[in-house]
Every structure is written in structure tokens, then in C-alpha cells.
Design a protein around this ligand. Structure first.
Ligand code: ATP
Length: 553
């Protein structure tokens, strides 16, 4: 398929507002996709790589503006593009507003008919090449490749290329739409598609199997060691609620660390964070422990906690710091050690266990380690509220966050925040907010950002809930300024608009209804707690959660 045809379809999809009409349009796109089906199943969601890869194109907005400016002509600079973005508000519209070459090239020979027409397959290959560019001069090479692509684009193509490159596709197509469209296009049950995606984390592959091999083919998709699945998540809950819904609750400590998925192929262990990023190198102790203890292939789910020289737990930010300090692990290791607490087993020795009840999965987990191994998180089965509360006190005394209550009969549902796992932590709730703007400091601090605009997810973007400046040291501000510089979209005096990229965990005293922010809510006395290195903007809290929290105050 030519990329121009995809861009036209994307424009049609974007113009629809009803969910059913969007699903139908995506269904038609998949039916007509031919060999481009896997690529299109990713492109409609604004993805170039499957969800199991943390890989991105790693193109900052500035690189993209430079490429657009070069394709637009001699007198246009990246600053001009940025200025136009500040006026128009959306990069696709900006890219479409310039003569990037497609018009002179293609239209002159009859649109779409020129031999130079960019195809979906070619674009996919070029973007993958671009992602692989590394080393000195890589930024220049990336701009060159992008410039080459934009110069072949009509306005509509340029619009969707810019959005794809900056991960801002936003045509109203989420995972649910793609799942339903794959089912409708190839006559397979929605459940079978959902299951296959949970297991493989790859919509492109699932769409192709659904088309070529039907439901029977989807049923054969298995977990693969080295390909992380999405983590099962928890809701907030109470002991009474859990005991009302289940005969017995499985109770575990809620460790104060970072989620890690362990993939052991029989020889080597690889580790992945909650957002699928590989964190094998930053956690060598965990790799050593797993490799020296396990003797058959396995996929485990667990929490990594940091401890001091006496084995006492340290705040979870210490683990996240390791994730960032990939180059200086040896030094980090001297001060802070990390330990794995494995609490689930998704695969053991050739057998997928996602569908097995938690109790069975936990038995299997125990069987992989020596008796009483400290690596296996202890799980108690109880129907006694008092006993469970005692366990919670023990967990808090051990400086962990609280307890997890799990339905012992439930299967493992990747990516689901359902009722089968509930968390109880007595601390005041915190919010994970996407930083969408900032303000430069004043006087002595004029070269550093000093305050940050906080937003939560909505159905079609982000809505602001406040600004945070409290709780951040000058050293942290300098570090944050350096990190945010790559994500600056535009500036107006001291005000900076940022591309959504970094997630802050913030505390607050209360959530108030307020017209000062576009969410309709404001955080009272927000304070910075940490950067959630393990979360992407998609994992940030939603407006729905803010509403629920406000209602429960
Ligand atoms: P939080 O900010 O509370 O950690 P979250 O959004 O990261 O929440 P949730 O699904 O809401 O994730 O809460 C469960 C989290 O608790 C898991 O992601 C995991 O990192 C952590 N955790 C600690 N101990 C356990 C355990 N025994 N079982 C499951 N998850 C655990």
C-alpha cells in the first residue's frame, strides 16, 4: 500500500467520532492491507515497533522540526517550524502547512502515480534504519533520513508522518479498536485476539495470524522467553471487600521497589521493567541470583527492592536510580544493593501458566527455588480479617508499603488493572502525573526550570491538574532541566511547553474542584516525590482516577 493511501485512511478515521464507525474504518483498512497488515496494525496506533519492545525512534521534536524545515525550503528554520507549532498547536497540521516536496514531485506527475511514491513497507524499513543509527553524528544522519522522507510527502502524508515520528498519532484508535477490528476483519472471536495480544504483546503479528490461520492459529501463540508481557496491575481495595468477594484471600507484602519481569532461557537471565525496557545491565545482582539458582527456563514476575549495607530496605527511588545510571552500575552497587522478591510465575520449563490459578502458579514458583528461599515472596491464604491486618502491620514494620490482596483462583491477566489484585497501602495516595509544561527560574536560577505543569491522561490527550515546584532541590532541578531540554516543544517568555515524556509521582493534601486547570480539578499543595522512571505517559494516572479520588475524600 502506498503511504498516501494510508494517510487518506487515517484522515477518514480521524474525522469519525462514533466508536463503531472508527472500528469499521479500521476493519476496512486491515481487510485491504495485504502484506502491510502487521505494519498498519502498529501505525494506526502510532507505533513503529511492537509493544514488547521498549525501542523508540528516539527522535526529539527538535530533530523533526529541523527535517521539516529543510524539506520546506531554504528560508525556513527549525525555529520557524516551532513558532508555527506554537500557533497551530499540532505538529501534523504544521507539517501539512508547508510545501515539503510531495506537491512538486508527485502532483506534477499526477498524484500518487509517480515512481517516487512512498510505500508503507518502504517507510517502515526507513524508520527502522533510522532507529538503528547510533554513535557520533547519529543526529545528523537521522535528520538526513527524515528530510528525505518528508521531501517525498504530500501535505496529508507529511501530517501523519510527523505524528508517527513523534508518537502523536492520536486518530482515536486505541488497543480496543484494533482488537475489535482484527476480530471483525478476519472473523475470529474478540476474546481470542485479546488473549493472543496479552501473550505476545504484538498486534502486528496477531493480526497476521488471525488472517492467515484463524482462531486455531491464535490459540497456538505462546509466551516467548525474552519477549516481556504487560504486567498485571492492582486496584486499591480493603480487607473486608476482598473477604466478601472471595472465600479466602492470598496475602503478600507489598514491597516498596520496582516491578521487574525475569526471563531465564536456561542459561542467561534478562530483566525487563514495567514499561518493557530491558534492565538486565543495571541489576547484575539479580541476574547472578537467577542464573545461579534456576535450572530450567522460566518467566517470573516480581519486585526489586534496594537495601543498605545492613540489609535494611531503602526507598524505591534507589532502585529507579539504578535504571537510569546504566553506565555507572559498579559505583551504584557499592552503596546500594538490590534484591529480587519474585511473587509470580508465568512460565516454567516449557509450560505457560497464565491460565493457571494464582495458587498453582505460586506453588510452581516455590518449586523452582530451594525451600525457604528468600527470593520467593511469601504468600499466606487467609479468611481471617484480624490475621490479615496483623500481616499488614508486619509489612509496615518491615518498612514495606502495605499488603497485596489477591484472588487465589484468578488467572494472570497481562496489562489488566482488575479486581483480582488489590493493594492496601495506608499512606496518603499519590498521583503519577505527566509533565506537560514548565517555567524557567528567575535571577540566579534563570538557566534552570523551576516549576512544572502536571497533567493526567484523558481519552484524547492530557488535562492539567496543577503545578509543582515544592520538594525539588536545586541539584534535582538542574538534572531535570537537562532531561527536559530534549522534550521542549515551544517557549514563550519563561513559559515552556513540553512534549509528554516524563512522569512525576506527586503527593498532595487534597483534590479540589477548580476552574484554574483544564481538568476541572486542582491538587492542593502538590509536592514532588520522584520521577517514575518505570512509567511512560501511557502509564500515568487518568482523569477518571482523579475524579474517583476527589469523590472519596
Ligand atoms: P504503586 O504506585 O502503588 O506501586 P503501580 O501503578 O505501580 O502502583 P499497581 O498495580 O497499582 O502498580 O500496584 C501494584 C504494584 O505493587 C506492582 O506494580 C508492583 O510493582 C508492586 N508490588 C509490590 N509487591 C507486590 C506483590 N507482592 N505483588 C504484586 N505487586 C507488588
Amino acid at each position: 500500500m502506498e503511504f498516501a493511501a494510508f494517510a487518506d485512511r487515517a484522515e477518514e478515521i480521524e474525522a469519525e467520532s462514533a466508536d463503531t464507525a472508527i472500528t469499521e474504518a479500521v476493519t476496512d483498512l486491515f481487510t485491504d492491507a495485504g502484506s502491510d497488515l502487521p505494519t498498519l496494525a502498529r501505525f494506526v496506533q502510532g507505533r513503529v515497533f511492537p509493544a514488547y519492545e521498549a525501542r523508540t525512534l528516539d527522535i526529539g521534536p527538535r530533530l523533526c522540526y529541523e527535517a521539516i524545515a529543510r524539506a520546506a525550503g531554504q528560508n525556513i528554520s527549525a525555529d520557524d517550524v516551532e513558532q508555527r507549532l506554537a500557533d497551530m498547536g499540532e505538529i501534523g497540521a504544521v507539517a501539512a502547512s508547508y510545501d515539503l516536496g510531495g506537491q512538486q514531485g508527485l502532483a506534477a506527475f499526477g498524484a500518487g502515480g509517480g515512481s517516487d511514491a512512498l510505500t508503507v513497507a518502504e517507510l517502515d524499513a526507513e524508520l527502522r534504519d533510522l532507529a538503528a543509527v547510533d554513535g557520533s553524528g547519529s543526529q545528523g544522519t537521522k535528520v538526513d533520513i527524515l528530510f528525505g522522507l518528508f521531501s517525498r510527502c504530500s501535505p496529508t502524508e507529511a501530517s501523519y508522518l510527523a505524528r508517527l515520528v513523534l508518537s502523536e498519532m492520536r486518530i482515536g484508535v486505541g488497543e480496543g479498536t484494533v482488537r475489535d477490528a482484527v476480530a471483525a476483519a478476519f472473523g475470529v472471536p474478540v476474546d481470542a485476539v485479546e488473549r493472543a495480544v496479552q501473550v505476545s504483546n504484538d498486534y502486528g503479528m496477531v493480526a497476521e495470524v488471525a488472517r492467515d490461520e484463524g482462531e486455531a492459529g491464535l490459540d497456538t501463540i505462546r509466551l516467548e522467553i525474552g519477549r516481556p508481557v504487560q504486567a498485571m496491575l492492582a486496584q486499591a481495595g480493603t480487607v473486608a471487600g476482598a473477604l466478601e468477594d472471595w472465600d479466602r484471600a492470598a496475602v503478600e507484602w507489598k514491597y516498596d521497589g520496582a516491578r521487574v519481569q525475569v526471563h531465564f532461557d536456561g542459561e542467561d537471565a534478562r530483566l525487563f521493567s514495567r514499561n518493557m525496557e530491558e534492565v538486565t545491565d543495571p541489576l547484575p545482582e539479580v541476574v547472578d541470583t537467577v542464573e545461579s539458582t534456576l535450572d530450567a527456563p522460566a518467566i517470573l514476575d516480581g519486585e526489586v527492592v534496594a537495601v543498605d549495607a545492613d540489609g535494611e530496605p531503602l526507598p524505591f527511588q534507589e532502585v529507579l536510580r539504578r535504571f537510569r545510571r546504566k553506565h555507572d552500575v559498579a559505583a551504584a552497587r557499592e552503596n546500594v544493593a538490590v534484591r529480587l522478591h519474585a511473587f509470580d510465575c508465568l512460565h516454567a520449563d516449557g509450560e505457560d501458566l497464565l491460565d493457571a490459578p494464582l495458587e498453582t502458579r505460586h506453588d510452581r514458583l516455590e518449586s523452582l527455588f530451594p525451600p525457604d528461599s528468600e527470593i520467593v515472596s511469601q504468600m499466606w491464604l487467609s479468611d481471617d480479617a484480624g490475621g490479615i491486618e496483623d500481616l499488614e502491620t508486619e509489612a509496615l514494620d518491615a518498612e514495606q508499603e502495605g499488603i497485596m490482596l489477591k484472588d487465589p483462583t484468578a488467572s494472570y491477566s497481562p496489562g489488566k488493572r482488575g479486581k483480582h489484585w488489590r493493594k492496601r497501602k495506608p499512606d496518603v495516595e499519590t498521583l503519577d502525573c505527566v509533565v506537560t509544561g514548565a517555567e524557567w527560574g528567575e535571577g540566579r536560577r534563570a538557566n534552570a526550570l523551576g516549576s512544572f505543569e502536571l497533567s493526567v491522561r484523558t481519552d484524547d490527550g492530557y488535562a492539567t491538574v496543577g503545578n509543582v515546584a515544592t520538594g525539588i532541590t536545586d541539584a534535582e532541578l538542574d538534572d531535570l532541566t537537562e532531561r527536559f531540554e530534549a522534550h521542549i516543544r515551544s517557549e514563550d517568555g519563561r513559559d515552556v511547553t513540553l512534549d509528554p515524556a516524563i512522569v512525576f509521582e506527586v503527593g498532595y493534601e487534597e483534590i479540589q474542584a477548580s476552574q484554574s486547570y483544564d481538568s476541572g480539578y486542582a491538587l492542593r499543595f502538590p509536592r514532588f516525590i520522584s520521577v517514575r522512571e518505570d512509567k511512560t505517559p501511557e502509564d500515568a494516572d487518568s482523569l477518571e482516577r482523579v475524579k474517583r479520588l476527589a469523590a472519596s475524600q
